[in-house]
Design a protein around this ligand. Structure first.
Ligand code: ADP
Length: 405
């Protein structure tokens, strides 16, 4: 089945046309700076050079129209008619407590996504915007919502409750939700399936390290605890997000620097993390280059990043009472031997030992643990879009079979 996967951000749309039968991405692209005078479109067919254009794109609806136009180009060997697209899978960041699985989008689902605007003000509004625009452009096929939070619904209460007055959980549903669920789900399934490992009784720690980052403790194949919380701000040091900090710092800053709520929000989400620590960049590649040239603050930023990840791994070994496997994914997790090494070193007590040669040479899926390591350590490239496409395909088929459901 050919499925269009859409990931709508506040000023960008990422898309992929995926053939779920052979799990292949046929075309993909990115529209950035929507609403600006010079929006940028990057579109590529499988095995071909990307096409990059700079034009003004007013809003998400216009961007989606442009995407459909690009997909329908006469020279697209993978799509001869728009009718070949059988469903659209939409990434939705926050499903709140309601959505434990992916769902066919109807008006009720749209209004539930809207109700979660409060708890996901940065993500859910553009996600819903994209859904509505795509439904207008492609009205005759199923649209499916796949939630970043869904995989984490199995997290037990003792791990998802915050120690604040319980009525705040009951009234506002303030709790840990966790994000990157499709990625942690995908990489854990890759580990089970490719290596023929059993889910039951398994204890896995999955590290998704990209611009955003989270670590997930997975027990019996189900999410058991995760570093992101009520929002994607908690947990690891990220590109521009602080991750864990003492909440009292906020009161202190609000008073000392006379910051508004919006200022504090921007400070923690956009100006902190690797960028804030280094004062130079939130991008790990840039930081590593400068660190190698001897830049002290870039080095410090890398050290804080790795130390925070190490602490989470240790705490999840404790939460799971052991670990069978540690998985690395995301742009940093998949591509940076230095970061993986720094995170794993000195965890021998917990049974984790890296093989430096394997770690340096690995490309794509494969092991990087030493012969003595009691815990398997794997690099597993993630593919969140494929998870979305497969869920959308399954739900589209089911909806055709039981249109009254
Ligand atoms: P996103 O969360 O936006 O999907 P990615 O998963 O693509 O992000 O990860 C982006 C991060 O991965 C950036 O910090 C980038 O510098 C880092 N990265 C990519 N390749 C490498 C590499 N070879 N070495 C170190 N970091 C890398």
């Amino acid at each position: 089945m050919k499925i269009l996967v859409i990931n709508c951000g506040s000023s960008s749309i990422k898309y992929q046309l995926i053939d779920t039968k052979n799990r292949t991405t046929l075309c993909k692209g990115l529209v950035e700076r929507i609403g600006a005078v010079t929006s940028i479109i990057r579109h590529e067919f499988l095995d071909e050079k990307p096409l990059k254009k700079s034009i003004a794109i007013e809003n998400h609806s216009a961007a989606l129209g442009k995407i459909i136009e690009l997909l329908m180009q006469a020279d697209n060997p993978y799509l001869h008619s728009i009718d070949e697209i059988e469903a659209v899978g939409h990434r939705v960041v926050h499903g709140g407590e309601l959505f434990k699985d992916s769902v066919l989008i109807d008006e009720d689902v749209e209004s539930a996504i809207e109700q979660a605007f409060d708890i996901a003000p940065l993500h859910n509004p553009p996600n819903l915007h994209g859904i509505r625009a795509a439904k207008k452009l492609l009205p005759n096929i199923p649209h499916v919502a796949v939630f970043d939070t869904a995989f984490h619904h199995s997290i037990p209460q003792h791990a998802y409750l915050y120690a604040i007055p319980n009525r705040l959980y009951r009234r506002y549903k303030i709790r840990r939700y966790g994000f990157h669920g499709t990625s942690h789900y995908f990489v854990s399934r890759e580990y089970f399936n490719r290596l023929n490992r059993k889910k039951n009784g398994s204890k896995i720690i999955s590290c998704h390290l990209g611009n955003g980052g989270s670590i997930n403790a997975i027990k019996d194949g189900k999410s058991y605890d995760t570093s992101m919380g009520f929002t994607p701000l908690e947990g690891l040091v990220m590109g521009t997000r602080s991750g864990d900090i003492d909440p009292s710092i906020l009161f202190f800053l609000i008073e000392k620097e006379e910051l508004s709520l919006a200022n504090v929000h921007a400070l923690l989400n956009k100006h902190s993390g690797l960028l804030g620590l280094s004062g130079y960049a939130g991008d790990m590649r840039d930081l590593l280059e400068e660190a190698e040239q001897g830049d002290r603050r870039c080095n410090e930023a890398v050290d804080v990043f790795c130390y925070r990840a190490k602490k989470y791994i240790g705490s999840y070994v404790a939460a799971l009472n052991g670990a069978d496997a540690l998985l690395f994914t995301g742009g940093i997790g998949e591509n940076s031997p230095i970061i993986r090494k720094k995170i794993i070193q000195n965890l021998e007590y917990l049974g984790l030992e890296i093989d430096e040669k394997k770690n340096d040479e690995i490309v794509g899926f494969g092991p990087i643990h030493s012969e003595n390591s009691r815990v398997e350590i794997y690099v597993v490239p993630t593919n969140e879009e494929l998870v979305i496409a497969i869920d959308a395909a399954k739900i589209a088929i089911a909806s055709k079979q039981t249109p009254w459901a």
